[in-house]
Design a protein around this ligand. Structure first.
Ligand SMILES: [Zn+2]
Length: 46
């Protein structure tokens, strides 16, 4: 699961993982990625 490497914290809500990471300016960024087969949903949030 390469998703986990980028994030300092990963939570899971059903099939959706939400990772929290800091960008180059130290701001928190959140990325949601669905792990369901054939879904491929992912989205970035501030
Ligand atoms: Zn999905």
């Amino acid at each position: 699961m390469p998703l986990n490497r980028r994030f300092r914290r990963v939570i899971r809500i059903g099939p959706v993982q939400v990772g929290t990471a800091n960008d180059h300016w130290g701001r928190e960024k959140h990325t949601a990625a669905c792990t369901a087969p054939r879904c491929g949903f992912s989205a970035d949030y501030d």
